[in-house]
Design a protein around this ligand. Structure first.
Ligand code: COA
Ligand code: MG
Length: 292
């Protein structure tokens, strides 16, 4: 399986031609071209045409391209999905996933629309029901024909639905974040932290970015170009960690350590499970290096 860095994942409104163009020059790992919340009802059709034209025309280099469609039960969702699949992005993102059935339904709709095998499904976790059913939603990735690869936290919607007020530590959101993260990891999915709305407040953003990394997220969804550089830094494995990971792998490859479950490496206990983590760290570091 190919490892894809998803440290910085930038949303942009599908109706914003300037943003779609500018994104070709920005160092984000992935772009979410939005047809849903960031597009007003009157602009839906124009945004759909503009986004699908942009994806077909290309020019986005190594950036992973994701189209967020409207919900399949809205007046726009069905047409969005068909047009989005036909444009050939890397993935389709569905909003407000509420059950394993939603994942099956979206995967089936993608297949019916002619999506190639490699086109993935991403799902927003942004409602109370999605938190309660996070395990069921993530487990749907294991079902035959499922394309689910990435879960994306939508904290603005969760705040709206719950009445929570977030402080600087995101105290009220910690349960949502950990529940979704645990579900993603149980089924081998990538998971992305929510957005930081106040894009001029770099100190607050820095703190939140690092908190997401500490909680275990693979990357952060972003709303503004100024947020990209920090997410790339925070969600890259530190150089010292990569160096030690290479040492761990090399150590377990030594003939004298063959068959051992635990070794002493520079005064630290290193187990086979650490070799597994080390291989992931090196794979992601190599994938990041291949980008720049
Ligand atoms: N993607 C690509 N380019 C973006 C961008 C984005 N999300 N947000 C801003 N830019 C560009 C602007 O077009 C501008 O480019 P230019 O100077 O070359 O013309 C530059 O970055 C600076 O933008 P700035 O003036 O600081 O902000 P703004 O007032 O243009 O935009 C927002 C502010 C919040 C409206 C805008 O950042 C945005 O729409 N973000 C995404 C919102 C979204 O998609 N939400 C849905 C999911 S939560
Ligand atoms: Mg939303």
């Amino acid at each position: 399986m190919t490892v894809r860095p998803r440290r910085s994942v930038l949303y942009m409104p599908g109706a914003n031609a300037r943003a779609l163009e500018k994104a070709k020059t920005l160092p984000a790992d992935a772009l979410i071209l939005d047809l849903e919340d960031a597009v007003a009802p009157d602009a839906k059709a124009q945004a759909r045409a503009q986004v699908t034209d942009a994806v077909k025309a290309g020019g986005y280099g190594p950036r992973e391209l994701v189209i967020r469609v409207n919900g399949l039960d809205t007046p726009w969702g069905g047409d969005d999905l068909k047009a989005a699949v036909a444009a050939g992005p890397d993935a389709i993102l569905i909003p407000k996933a509420a059950s394993g059935d939603d994942i099956a339904r979206a995967s089936a709709a993608m297949r019916q629309a002619g999506a190639g095998e490699q086109m993935q499904l991403w799902a927003m976790i942004e409602t109370p029901i999605a938190i309660l059913k996070a395990g069921e939603i993530a487990a749907a990735a294991r079902h035959a024909g499922s394309r689910l690869a990435v879960l994306v936290l939508g904290l603005n919607d969760l705040v709206k639905e719950t009445g929570a007020v977030l402080d600087g530590e995101r105290t009220a959101a910690l349960y949502w974040l950990s529940a979704a993260l645990t579900a993603a990891r149980a089924y081998g999915l990538t998971i992305l932290d929510g957005v930081y709305n106040n894009f001029r407040d770099m100190d607050g953003y820095d703190k939140e970015c690092r908190q997401g990394r500490m909680l275990g997220f693979d990357g952060k969804t972003l709303i503004h170009p100024d947020q990209i550089a920090l997410a790339n830094e925070v969600f890259s494995p530190p150089a010292a960690e990569v160096e030690f990971a290479r040492k761990i792998i090399a150590a377990f490859d030594q003939p004298e350590n063959k068959g051992k479950g635990v070794i002493n490496l520079e005064g630290r206990m290193v187990e086979l499970l650490h070799a597994e983590i080390a291989r992931k760290t090196v794979a992601i570091a190599d994938a990041i290096a291949a980008r720049s």
